[in-house]
Design a protein around this ligand. Structure first.
Ligand code: GTP
Ligand code: SPV
Ligand code: MN
Length: 617
């Protein structure tokens, strides 16, 4: 018989505090109900304190689930190695359970909510046997902020608890708001590997518990999340994609705001004028890099506000204001080095949890792109010996670092201001070897929404699937929109009407265009400041632009390429618009739109028709 002990965790170490549970009857009832189903050995209420982080990470190290890195190189930092089958988001196991299939739309996996609840109840029955069940109250956005939202995640993964310390504002303050009656989103997470088998015998734990069967499930109408079987990233840190995007996008639709897969930055011109930009790129397509960019152009500066998610809402002044609801970064490690993103490298000097990167012999970490020359010997992400001759990567392509935003040297002083920042420009991007120019400006909000709705991008390692395959990823929200994507487009059009003349300008960028020889035509990273500078000059009415069928591009010589090592021929190719290829792109867009039937807003059909017309002129 299992005894549930509120606030007296037995396996989290003898120094487990006698923390309180809650005075909130609804929260207590929910926790009791989940515990009755999952049957954990004990329950620990998390307070979000440093002491708690220490306790949890020490426990994880003792259990062999985290490796403490050499504190001389990387103080208070850890390496986790996952099961090789649990390394990224699982989109085909991610479900939206609305009453009507149409509410989820053709790009989401829909399931009947009642049927799904039965499936989950069966899986969760006893799924935490022998484990500690942690209760993690959290706030997305500064605690108590007008745009902030509360949630509570139950999890049987201590790694998730430790990661949540960086990623969300967890603990007591969030709990106090719940106890004062504010609404909150319940999220249940189980790795699906009980430590007591059906016959009541204890089984050994493993370094990365998970289950072959995985379900990442959202009930948008009930504002509820259940995740089973995976311990990784967006599958398990439910405050992030599951709450702040999938559930929040539905709240936002209903309440007249936007929850988007966007970075947030402040760009300051040499004259000292500050502008705020929100940019949506698909997973592993450069948000963190742009958010932390060091401009290669003298006099310009970029401050970081957020690197993955933005909540945007019209303010009293009629402008669009945005917050970063997160508290930290869960950033892609490979490709992050002093040459590409020095700010990220400096951010993770310590207090960082690394997942699936390689371990150096001196107890520090390494991944492809951190340094030009790899160390002579490493332990790779699977825990095996590795040398540069091994012929395989040392870090998993979706290996990540988890660290608090406050530790970022380029973080804006007011990055966590409750009211957010006013947005001047919105940028859409993607990874496109062909067709899409380096930068284009939308001539209208509608054309901008069309640009967002028609993003296509080559697949990355951020989710399971065929690498490099070109796929549609509207608004970079394909895996994250909690409702019908066509309704999301309509919602954006409505927002534009509401914002009117105060609406931000919209641009599209592509850092990833390639020459016929397969090399990138644009140097990217800090040099992307040249594109940002043009965008700012456009906002100021200072830079010229030229009409093309696909949008406005910089007038010749208006893009500052001073001192840049790019040939004229490459520049031409970066901006080339081939009508034939674009007509093919229109055909594919039309096919894509048709999947949504008559839910596609008329304004977007009109944009497509106009694009076709201009291509044939
Ligand atoms: P998620 O966290 O998955 O949402 O990804 P993200 O959009 O934040 O991606 P991130 O900035 O971490 O970039 C992913 C990869 O793209 C890294 O390997 C970067 O090195 C690479 N990258 C970023 N910016 C550029 C660029 O301007 N040019 C090129 N060629 N590569 C880039
Ligand atoms: C993404 O895939 O867009 C991420 C990483 O930001 S995860 O949190 O795993 O979704
Ligand atoms: Mn992301």
């Amino acid at each position: 018989m299992t005894i549930i002990q509120h606030s007296r965790g037995s396996t989290a170490g003898s120094d487990e505090p006698q923390g309180r549970s809650t005075t909130d009857a609804r929260l207590l009832a929910w926790v009791d109900q989940v515990a009755a189903l999952t049957k954990p050995e004990s329950i620990v209420w998390c307070d979000g304190s440093l002491a708690e982080f220490d306790r949890i990470t020490r426990l994880l190290v003792a259990e062999g689930k985290l490796i403490r890195l050499n504190p001389e190189w990387r103080p208070n930092s850890f390496l986790a190695r996952t099961d090789p089958s649990d390394v990224a988001r699982v989109e085909d196991r991610t479900f939206i359970c609305s009453a009507e299939p149409d509410a989820a739309g053709p790009t989401n996996n829909w399931r009947d909510p009642t049927e799904m609840r039965a499936v989950l109840d069966a899986l969760l029955d006893g799924s935490m046997r022998g484990r500690v069940m942690y209760v993690v109250p959290f706030s997305m956005g500064p605690v108590g902020g007008a745009l902030s939202r509360l949630g509570v995640q139950i999890t049987d993964s201590a790694y998730v608890v430790a990661s949540m310390h960086a990623m969300a504002r967890t603990g007591r303050e969030a709990l106090e708001l719940i106890e004062r009656g504010e609404s909150w989103v319940p999220a249940v997470h189980s790795v699906g590997m009980p430590l007591i088998d059906e016959r009541g015998r204890r089984v050994d734990d493993v370094a990365w518990p998970c289950n072959e069967t995985k379900y990442i499930v959202h009930f948008p109408e009930d504002r509820e999340i259940v995740s089973y079987g995976s311990g990784y990233g967006g599958n398990s840190l439910l405050a992030k994609k599951a709450f702040a995007l999938r559930i929040a996008s539905v709240m936002a639709r209903d309440e007249g705001w936007l929850a988007e897969h966007m970075l947030l930055v402040r760009i300051t011109s040499p004259e000292g004028q500050a502008y705020h930009v929100a940019a949506a790129f698909p997973s592993a397509c450069g948000k963190t890099n742009l958010a932390m960019m060091r401009p290669a152009l003298p006099g310009w500066s970029v401050e970081t506000i957020g690197d993955d998610i933005a909540w945007l809402r019209p303010g009293d002044d009629g402008r669009l204001w945005a917050i970063n609801p997160e508290n930290g970064f869960f950033g892609v490690a490979p490709g992050t080095g002093m040459g590409t993103n020095p700010t990220a490298v400096e951010t993770m000097w310590g207090n960082t949890i690394f997942t699936n990167v390689a371990l150096r012999d001196d107890g520090d970490v390494w991944w492809e792109g951190l340094t030009d020359t790899p160390p002579a010997h490493l332990i790779d992400w699977r825990g095996e010996d590795w040398t540069p001759e091994s012929g395989r990567v040392a870090a998993h392509p979706n290996s990540r670092f988890t660290v608090a935003a406050a530790q970022c040297p380029s973080i804006a002083d007011d990055w966590d201001a409750a009211e957010g920042v006013p947005i001047d420009a919105i940028i859409f991007g993607g990874r496109r070897a062909t067709n899409v120019p380096l930068v284009t400006e939308a001539g209208s909000w509608e054309q901008g929404v069309f640009m967002g709705a028609t993003i296509a991008s080559e697949r990355t390692a951020a989710a399971e699937g065929e690498l490099g395959e070109l796929r549609r990823d509207p608004f970079a929200m394909l895996p994250f929109c909690g409702y019908n994507m066509a309704d999301h487009w309509a919602h954006w059009l409505r927002m534009g009407e509401r914002l009117g003349a105060s609406a931000p300008a919209i641009f599209r960028v592509n850092w990833f265009r390639k020459g016929e020889d397969g090399r990138y035509l644009w140097p990217g990273f800090g040099e992307n400041a040249r594109v940002l500078a043009w965008i700012v000059r456009r906002l100021e009415g200072e830079a010229g632009a030229m009409r093309t069928p696909v949008g406005l591009v910089p007038l010749e010589r208006e893009l500052d390429i001073d001192g840049l090592d790019v040939t004229e021929a490459d520049l031409d190719e970066l901006f080339a618009v081939d009508p034939e290829q674009w007509i093919a792109e229109c055909d594919s867009t039309e096919e894509y739109f048709d999947r949504f039937g008559n839910r596609v807003p008329q304004a977007l059909r009109a944009e497509l028709a106009s694009l076709r017309y201009h291509l044939t002129l």
